[in-house]
Design a protein around this ligand. Structure first.
Ligand SMILES: Nc1ncnc2c1ncn2[C@@H]1O[C@H](COP(=O)(O)OP(=O)(O)O)[C@@H](O)[C@H]1O
Ligand SMILES: [Mg+2]
Length: 352
């Protein structure tokens, strides 16, 4: 596959006048097919309220691309626009080469979606749910049967094919929803909070299946999450979204490197922030603490104590952490991702 990029300033008369440049153009458009998703200044207003604001990004074919942000950040709204369920207010988006507004049918044929809210028919068996989905996508019987076995195998539910879905645990239902999402061989699979409300062990189990899916099927996965570990564990690249805007987008490694290696979180009795700033330290105040980022935490901790002593400030607690995407979020926004997510109503609804 040719992945070279040509960025010549191509003037129209230049193209027509020199046939050698036709080759260049062909290769460029070929390379662009590898961008399975292109989003250009996508915006969604609900009345006066902008849920998604001028979001732009591109996704390479075969990537697991994460959209990480707190509850209400605009993740579902963004996914719904990309999957043609919501019309953007402005901006453009292309999925598998098709315009989500102008060619919604083409987009739908090429995508699978697993919604945040469960949508399985619990009165049917796993097989019946999948079969119904295959019919909607016009798959003939033989193709459906073959594919049902494949997808059930992929999510480890082969022996549960004929069990009613209402007998499934929350984790099994999620796996079945994921299986259904890629039943019709989509090029792009959207997973909206795939492990929302599941316990840690079940979540890890779902991660394994998502990774297996990427290995075994030719599919690009876009997933939203407010679980930091999920984004870190699964995603090649992550867009961090807050109040409808992308505030950072990079590989997990690069995002972490951006903030320095370590984070020290201290709670103090007294004014300490301005003192730390005078020392040219990178510090952010959160509701209950001060968060410092540094490339050498071991050296900074004793310095913090001597500074505190010098200024008559009492350090009440110290937490020393390896860097994570949570810290990236805190440093960019002064808030934690989970603070606003803890009371999400879905957490009460989904149980294992
Ligand atoms: N249909 C709607 N009408 C009005 N506001 C909405 C609608 N859908 C979502 N919102 C608002 O848009 C914001 C983003 O919501 P959503 O995309 O669901 O966020 P997330 O999925 O990141 O939790 C929230 O403030 C939400 O209340
Ligand atoms: Mg959501």
């Amino acid at each position: 596959m040719i992945m070279m990029r040509f960025t010549f300033p191509l003037k129209k008369d230049f193209i027509e006048g020199d046939s050698s440049f036709f080759v260049v153009i062909t290769e460029k458009s070929h390379a662009e097919v590898e961008k399975i998703i292109k989003v250009e200044e996508l915006t969604k207003f609900f009345g006066e309220f902008a849920a998604v604001k001028e979001v732009s990004f591109e996704v390479e074919r075969g990537e697991i691309f994460g959209i990480l942000g707190p509850n209400g950040a605009g993740k579902t709204t963004l996914i719904k626009m990309l999957s043609t369920l919501l019309k953007p207010t402005s901006g453009r988006a292309f999925v598998a080469g098709y315009d989500v507004v102008k060619e919604p049918q083409k987009v739908r044929q090429n995508i699978g979606i697993v919604f945040q809210e469960p949508t399985l028919d619990v009165e049917l068996t796993a097989r019946e749910n999948l079969d119904f989905h295959g019919r909607i996508y016009g798959m003939d019987r033989r193709k459906r049967e073959k594919r049902i076995s494949e997808v059930l195998e992929l999510v480890g539910l082969s022996d549960k094919a004929d069990v009613l879905v209402k007998k499934f645990s929350g984790g099994m239902q999620r796996r079945l929803e994921i299986a259904r999402g890629f039943m019709h061989f989509p090029k792009v699979l959207f997973l909206d909070e795939p492990t929302l409300g599941l316990d840690v062990q079940t979540r890890r189990n779902i991660w394994d299946y998502i990774e297996k899916l990427r290995r075994d099927e030719d599919v690009t996965i876009i997933l939203t999450t407010h679980y930091i570990e999920e984004a870190e564990h699964l995603c090649d690249r992550v867009a961090i979204i807050d109040f409808g805007k992308i505030i950072a987008l990079d590989t997990v490694k690069n995002l972490k490197e951006r903030i320095g290696k370590d984070t020290i979180e201290i709670s103090v009795n007294g004014e300490f922030e301005s003192i730390l700033r005078k020392e040219k330290l990178s510090v952010v105040r959160t509701a209950e603490s001060l968060v410092l980022s540094t490339s050498d935490g071991e050296k900074l901790i004793p310095k913090l104590f001597s500074l505190a002593q010098e200024h008559g400030v009492e350090i009440q607690s110290v937490k020393f952490k390896k860097s994570s995407l949570e810290d990236v979020f805190v440093l960019l926004t002064g808030r934690r991702i989970r603070e606003e997510s803890a009371s999400h109503p879905m957490l009460r609804r989904i149980r294992r």
